[in-house]
Design a binder for this molecule. Structure first.
Ligand SMILES: [Fe+2]
Length: 613
């Protein structure tokens, strides 16, 4: 037996992953345990969990990998500082303490994290090789083109190459500071959202706007080539030398200073979002076309933070030259932990790889699960009122009825997801047909702005009835946006013309309005029997009752809270929000039956911990 632990840490989204004889046994992000979103500290609890899941001690590990080469990264930091010195001293000084304390002493930090009980050596893999390995080695393809799209690793910001069998090779790169991820983050910052977490909001905002600044971006900020490579004019940016993303020249070009966090979003912000999104899609498509031409591959795999841009992914799938696409669900740096472990197994140890139609990600259900005893203990500690079902059938029958009555359901089942999306293990579910569900979920459950659409889950068998995807086309990890089919779209009423901005979302656009964005797009997750049998059963019951094979699936948390991990987290989130029903395994809690209710003050205190992104 060969056990390999992968670790990513000290940038954002720390995580650990365990690969035993090539099989992904466990993977989890540290934020889920510490309850601190994007926690970047050493993933102590994630490491401990991975070992516990397999019943291993640190001594049993054969290799421990780290997802990037910190010394090279440090070199970049120094060189960038020196190139701009004395400008940039403030940001340099800010970055130094963490480097001097931890990042330059990784073996020491990791030994410590393994309780000084791991006798072996540490392996450091390249940042983009880690991303690439997480995409290709976990994919269902025997060979594929590989594209990693990121903010920045050591020096590379984008890499491409080819994977064949048990080997991958990255042959081309774009180098810092020219970075699609950092361009997107610059606009995220400029619009007034938080960098490294608000990027998703920019993507959600884009359909409200018109890309009127697209030409301005392409004419001024960058020189974009036909092959998708580009150079950015750094006089518009400040991330090399300053504490901000954009420079005064940038502000001048777009007509004003950056937006303030939590301020009102207006048409200008929407147009900015639409513009940077449009440029991003253009670059992604050009890169995909070029890559296919160069490699002749039929399949493409993607990873890196930008690969979470599921609108861009959807366009690559529909308009690009590849037959199939697979995207690592933990595309951001958390996935680097998995990548480094798989890289060691296949690339360095030369172990064979036999993809057989299915990917190796196991539905990305790779985190901790809690048995009945643990769930019942939590429920009794809180004196919760609940009923229990004897079978999955009975449970799904009951919950399908409640969903059809427009109840909002907290759904906690089995192993926790690895990656930023809730895929039906730690999810909030609701009726996608309901016209009020979109605003109810946003305002009373998530406590956030209502412009963000919810994602649909659809029974795999019916995906092409509702979305413009090929029959049986899979999107098990919610990483593709597809148009809602014309057949289920609804004519907007005559009162629509006067509406503006976010109000647009309040108009019913299809037979599943709660998951249809203003441009008739939807971020689709397909649910199949193999990966998620219980959710598949629930949706089948709902479909039998209502004729609708689609539900809303959103992550089980409030705004900017890490997704719940334990029954305790789930119970707390249930009680703090207006969620109607909580399902923990086969146990069902109805909010109206709870004797212990929380005061508004308690709720406000809880919510205050979680700021908007
Ligand atoms: Fe990365």
């Amino acid at each position: 037996m060969t056990a390999i632990l992968g670790i990513s840490a000290f940038y954002h989204d720390s995580a650990a992953a365990l690969v035993i004889d090539g099989e992904i046994v466990a993977a989890a992000q540290e934020e889920r345990f510490t309850r601190k979103k994007h926690d970047f500290r050493f993933p102590q609890q994630a490491v401990d969990y991975c070992l516990e899941e397999a019943g291993l001690d640190p001594e049993d590990l054969d290799f421990v990998g780290f997802y990037d080469k910190s010394l090279t990264k440090f070199e970049r930091l120094l060189e960038t500082y020196l190139a701009f010195a004395p400008a940039g001293y403030a940001s340099f000084r800010r970055a130094m303490p963490l480097w001097l304390k931890q990042k330059l002493h990784l073996p020491r930090e990791m030994s410590h994290g393994l309780h000084e009980r791991y006798p072996g050596r540490f392996v450091f893999t390249d940042h983009h090789e880690s991303h690439a390995a997480s995409a290709f080695f976990a994919s269902p393809f025997d060979e594929a083109a590989i594209l990693t799209l990121d903010g920045v690793g050591e020096w590379s910001t984008t890499c491409y190459g080819v994977g064949r069998g048990n080997k991958l090779e990255l042959t081309h790169e774009l180098r810092f500071p020219h970075s699609l991820g950092l361009l997107y983050s610059a606009f995220t910052y400029y619009i007034g959202f938080r960098v490294n977490s608000g990027e998703y909001k920019v993507m959600g905002l884009a359909p409200y706007g018109k890309p009127i600044f697209r030409k301005r971006i392409l004419d001024n900020l960058m020189d974009l080539k036909a092959d998708g490579s580009f150079r950015m004019d750094m006089s518009y940016f400040n991330f090399c030398q300053g504490l901000t993303m954009t420079s005064r020249k940038f502000d001048k070009l777009f007509g004003g200073p950056p937006g303030k966090p939590e301020s009102q979003v207006g048409q200008r912000e929407m147009d900015l979002a639409a513009s940077v999104q449009s440029v991003t899609e253009e670059i992604m498509l050009r890169m995909a076309n070029h890559l296919q031409e160069k490699t002749g591959m039929k399949h493409l795999v993607l990873a890196g933070g930008v690969a979470l841009n599921c609108v861009g992914n959807g366009r690559i799938l529909r308009e690009g030259p590849f037959e199939k696409l697979w995207i690592q669900p933990a595309a951001g740096d958390a996935g680097g932990a998995l990548g480094t472990a798989l890289f060691i197994w296949h690339q360095l140890l030369d172990r064979p790889r036999n993809p057989q139609g299915k990917d190796k990600q196991k539905g990305s259900l790779l985190g901790p699960q809690f048995d009945d005893d643990q769930i019942l203990k939590t429920l009794s500690e809180h004196e919760a009122v609940f009923s229990s079902c004897d079978s999955d059938d009975e449970l799904c029958e009951q919950i399908a009825d409640l969903i059809a009555q427009e109840k909002v359901i907290g759904w906690f089942q089995g192993r926790m997801e690895f990656g930023p999306r809730a895929l039906g293990a730690r999810s909030i579910l609701g009726d996608a047909r309901s016209t009020k569900m979109q605003s109810v979920m946003n305002l009373k459950i998530k406590f956030r702005e209502s412009f963000r659409p919810f994602a649909p889950i659809v029974l795999q068998e019916y995906v092409d009835h509702y979305f413009e995807m090929r029959p049986y086309e899979e999107s098990p990890y919610m990483l593709l946006v597809a148009p809602v089919r014309k057949e289920i779209r609804r004519q907007l009423g005559s009162d629509y013309d006067g509406s503006f901005g976010i109000d647009k979302l309040n108009y019913c656009r299809s037979s599943i309005p709660a998951v249809t964005h203003v441009d008739y797009s939807a971020r689709v997750q397909t649910v199949d029997k193999d990966r998620n049998p219980l959710l598949h059963l629930l949706m089948t019951r709902f479909h039998e009752k209502t004729g609708c094979p689609v539900l809303i699936n959103t992550s089980f948390n409030v705004r900017s809270e890490p997704i719940v991990c334990s029954p305790e987290d789930a119970y707390r989130c249930f009680m703090m929000t207006d969620m109607d029903v909580l399902v923990l395994g086969r146990h069902v809690l109805l909010k109206e039956e709870q004797e212990k209710q929380l005061s508004d003050v308690d709720r406000q205190e809880h919510l205050a911990q979680f700021k908007l992104d």
